[in-house]
Design a protein. Structure first.
Ligand code: FUC
Length: 770
């Protein structure tokens, strides 16, 4: 019997392996038959901090550049000094139902100070141009970004000669590399220029290098250096004051390094060092370092939704157009999912800043919303896919950033709210301000740090890294939770403890007097976050066997928190009173935090709230909800949690149809990367969930994906999961974890226990659940 089982297992492994293509065999390319005209058609490369958008024009090559820390401004104190004195008056006005008066007072006395130095913003590093000086017709043009190796290529023929360019941004060598070749010698003739749309840049050309420097923001911001080195085989290189001219070369390699003084060090030295180290290596070695490093992350996960047409026949823009016209395309989903992983690998590497509103790819001097870090959904959404998509270590920049925020966050907690712990509001930037800024109706929301702290806990749940829990997650969660112990106040009408003045992110309600207001006490999202934060902090302290008295305090406070309630129309109440929404189709669906990314609303513990959550989404959608990319992406995750695969799928199609640009960037509009990450997270959430203590296989499989396989997803508890399915039902699943133990596995409503040996894959079939 044992032997039989063994053979059976072996057979299954063979079937399973045969059913899943390797990343190498999969074609995962974004490709086009024409160069990019617009920035949103160009293709991104990046190494976490050095990014480029490649247009691929044959006659006038254009590579737009970014360095993630290129910011204007400097740390500024933005706390309104009168805030603490007026906090109680604002609360009393709200409790008395005088919402507009409360808002007016809060605007003047609580909201942080405006910057008199101008807006602080992220900016482009500049542009690299390759001017070929001709307009000769080209044939067989193709540009592509290969997601399996992180290489971008452009190919074309001109007067019978085949030209190629290859571009990548390398994490191990911290350079951008561009290689130009032709299949006949002496054919490369172009002018190379490094530029920036700023009158203050300084450009030096020496031998075969161009160096550009500037103190950005008219002297209020970082100093940067961008340093480029050109090497050619054959031909000659001459120079002008601002360009290098290549004549008659056989092949050319351009290396570019960029740095600022944002963290520490001299950007001149840093870039010199990087260029000189990279110059010691051959282009092939640099390329090999890059692809090896990239594939170490990328190859962990495979998604296979179709046997046909792996993308070689239809260019990506036409594929997307077909879907926009109402067609379907499973390969587009494979691409979109893996592009999400590509974008995270390319914008968030250990040691870098977290992915901002545009990842790292941002054009011009004034990007939308300054390409900053909005913390009322956007920054969080950027990291939703990280754990489940097996890119756990890429969360490092987020945690570094949140910890860096604490210093100012503690100050704001103390000075504004008279509270211990840490706080952040709806947005922040690289200078880490934590005070509420701008208008009350979007800015007066003290939940940013609390929500972000939950990412630390999730990281622990996925990795079981107790050292991380002790050193980083628990202190962070404790700081966020402690703030609320001091800050919450009793609602005199209900006796419950509530947050406030606060709001349900960026939505407004209709007051009994028929006016629109946003500032209130105890909106649902706040209470849901506080609830889950307290639960997690208690659980963390228990795991670490730490702070028993503190745990008791949290438990006591938790008992008094205002609960989630259902309103008269059967939806989850967004505010602490059953108000009408001013905009029932609002893009934020904050009151469903506990459905996703939280978990307190779930089928087994709170079936009634599940039902109300569904009605909440239906109502938002019926009123035009989901109209921004990230909002649509959130809805996909909601439906995945509601186990409604077809609805999740429909919304995924809507994301492609309404909120996806030709280069597959998400559009708010304009381009905002959160939807890419939220959409990718949603696809994963349809195939695997683990937020309620069991590994749930195919929780939300749509009819449209009748066959397929996914490999390498992660479930909480360090479980690596491969799943294949056929005719819409589970075929096999393989689970593996580094720790021996009994794991709950669930499929189609049945939960069973599975014993795993350490690092040994266990394969199960539908019979396991009988
Ligand atoms: C939040 C959203 C907006 C936008 C901005 C960057 O404030 O409400 O829609 O995404 O962030």
């Amino acid at each position: 019997m044992e032997k039989e089982q063994c053979i059976y297992g072996l057979l299954l492994s063979v079937i399973l392996l045969a059913g899943i293509r390797t990343a190498e065999a999969q074609s995962l390319k974004l490709w086009y038959n024409q160069p990019a005209e617009k920035w949103t058609e160009a293709l991104p490369v990046g190494n976490g901090s050095l990014g480029a958008m490649v247009f691929g024009k044959p006659h006038r090559g254009h590579i737009q550049l970014n360095e993630e820390s290129l910011w204007t401004g400097h740390p500024i104190e933005r706390i309104n000094p009168s805030a603490s004195a007026y906090l109680d008056s604002v609360r009393q006005l709200i409790f008395a139902g005088k919402y507009l008066e409360a808002e007016e007072l809060a605007q003047e006395k609580i909201m942080g100070k405006r910057l008199d130095t101008g807006v602080h913003t992220y900016q482009t590093l500049g542009d690299l141009y390759l001017r070929f000086g001709d307009t000769t017709k080209v044939q067989n043009y193709r540009r592509q970004l290969d997601l399996t190796n992180g290489l971008m290529n452009i190919q074309y023929q001109k007067e019978g000669v085949a030209y190629k360019r290859e571009i990548f941004s390398s994490y191990p060598d911290q350079i951008l590399a561009v290689k130009l070749t032709a299949d006949e010698s002496g054919k490369l003739n172009f002018v190379l220029q490094l530029d920036r749309p700023s009158p203050n840049k300084k450009i030096d050309v020496n031998n075969n290098t161009i160096v550009m420097r500037e103190h950005v923001g008219n002297g209020d911001g970082v100093h940067y250096t961008a340093r480029l080195k050109l090497d050619q085989n054959g031909g000659t290189v001459s120079r002008t004051d601002s360009t290098l001219q290549v004549s008659g070369a056989d092949e050319v390699t351009i290396l570019l390094a960029a740095a600022t003084d944002y963290q520490s060090g001299d950007p001149d030295d840093i870039t010199q060092n990087r260029i000189s180290k990279a110059s010691d290596l051959s282009y092939e070695q640099l390329r090999e370092n890059h692809t090896r490093d990239y594939r170490r992350l990328f190859d962990r996960v495979e998604l296979d939704l179709t046997d046909e047409d792996k993308g070689e026949e239809i260019p990506t823009d036409r594929r997307l157009e077909k879907v926009k016209k109402g067609g379907t395309d499973p390969h587009l989903t494979e691409l979109y999912f893996q592009y999400g992983r590509y974008l995270l690998i390319s914008s968030s590497r250990p040691g870098s800043l977290p992915a901002n509103l545009q990842g790292i790819w941002s054009n011009g001097m004034k990007p939308p919303w300054n390409a900053d870090y909005h913390t009322n959904i956007n920054l969080q959404m950027n990291y939703w896919p990280a754990e489940v998509m097996n890119l756990s270590e890429l969360t490092g920049p987020l945690f570094d950033f949140v910890e860096a925020l604490n210093k100012r966050g503690q100050q704001v907690a103390r000075q504004m709210y008279g509270a211990r712990g840490t706080v952040a509001h709806h947005t922040t930037d690289v200078w880490h301000f934590a005070a509420p800024i701008g208008k009350t109706y979007y800015g007066l929301w003290p939940m940013g740090a609390a929500w972000l702290s939950m990412h630390f806990w999730e990281h622990y749940l996925f990795t079981n890294d107790e050292n991380f829990l002790r050193r980083r997650a628990y202190p962070q969660m404790k700081a966020a939770a402690t703030f609320f112990i001091d800050y919450l106040v009793e609602n005199p009408d209900t006796g419950y403890l509530v947050t406030g003045p606060s709001m349900s992110p960026e939505n407004q309600f209709v007051t009994p007097g028929g006016e629109k207001a946003s500032v209130t006490m105890g909106p649902a999202m706040d209470m849901e976050i506080v609830h889950e934060l307290f639960d997690a902090t208690i659980a963390a302290a228990e795991t670490l066997d730490a702070d028993p008295a503190y745990r008791d305090t949290l438990r006591q406070v938790k008992e008094q928190l205002a609960p989630i309630r259902i309103g008269k129309n059967g939806t989850i109440m967004e505010w602490n009173k059953d108000f009408e929404e001013a905009d029932p189709g609002h893009r934020h669906i904050s009151h469903l935090y506990s459905l996703y990314p939280g978990h307190a609303i779930n089928a087994s513990d709170t079936p009634k709230l599940m039902e109300a959550a569904r009605k909440t989404i239906d109502r938002r959608l019926a009123n035009g909800g989901g109209h921004t990319g990230w909002s649509r992406a959130w809805i996909i995750n909601f439906f995945a949690r509601l186990k409604d695969g077809n609805k999740a799928y429909q919304n995924l199609q809507a994301l492609y149809r309404k909120s996806t640009l030709a280069n597959l960037f998400d559009t708010h509009p304009p381009f905002q990367i959160d939807g890419n990450f939220g959409g990718a997270a949603g696809i994963a959430e349809m195939l695997l969930q683990s937020h309620t203590g069991a590994v749930v296989l195919l929780p939300s499989l749509p009819d449209a994906w009748s066959e397929g396989a996914v490999k390498g997803l992660k479930a909480r508890g360090r479980v690596t999961v491969d799943i294949s399915w056929e005719n819409g039902t589970l075929k096999t699943a393989s689970l593996e974890a580094p720790k021996k133990g009994v794991y709950k596995v669930s499929y189609n409503g049945t939960t069973k226990e599975l014993s795993l040996k350490a690092n040994e894959e266990e394969i199960i079939t539908p019979e396991f659940f009988e």
